[in-house]
Design a protein around this ligand. Sequence first.
Ligand code: KIV
Length: 280
Amino acid sequence: MKNTVETFRRQKEQSDKITMLTCYDYSTAKLMDEAGVDSLLVGDSLGMVMLGYPDTLSVTMEDIIHHTKAVSRGASNALVIGDMPFMSYQVSAEQAVENAGRIIKEGRAQAVKLEGGAAVAEQIRAIVKASIPVVAHIGLTPQSVNAFGGFKVQGKSAEAARALIEDARIVEDAGAFAVVIEAIPAQVAEAITKTLRIPTIGIGAGSGCDGQVLVYQDMLDLFGEIKPKFVKVFGDAGAVMRAAFAAYIEETKSGAFPAAEHGFAADIDADVLRELTVGL
Ligand code: KIV
């Protein structure tokens, strides 16, 4: 059964933790879906972990739509959320609705995510009015990396925590059905979770949230460049892949691969075969 916004609502009500992973391609989506993850986020983190940019700012609508199409085809049950790239919604509510619509219509996602609190409330309201479910994202919002002066933990002072709680209330009032809270103190995340009726999905926000999200390259140790403190490595796929690549190179160079069982036998008489190769 395909998960929906209603599944998220029920999960919060029943204290059933929501699981979300980022995903960017068909085969990984299938694996995650089969494992039973509740939701797949086609995050603009793809700019860093898939495309090699130093941040998420250069990700385009075309990038997100391309990857969302692939993930949607691989997700039978998981709710697919497409991330709205930098400058695809900040300009106006009209721009936000148009681009959210493309992620749903072309990417076949069931919801979109955008970064910001009070500053994007108008956009959230407009997108929800167009019948598109919205996940908000507050705390360390990577699209604001230049404004923050780096990827820094947010909400550490009482004043900043109060502002975050206010932002959370505003995005809920604007109609978001869930909110991602990134890199904030656990106590502040817990306060937000208790305040809101909609589920909170934490990343670097402690265990008091209604759910968790991780970038899959981080949890599989596939991306060595940035290692946030909040990441737990659940499996060393990086080591498995490196070993397999090395074995392939070694066996190909030595001639051990391909063996007879990896090839096809011709149904051709030996004399004819010899004739075929004469003069080669
Ligand atoms: O882009 C992304 O992957 C995200 C998650 C880290 C929440 O926004």
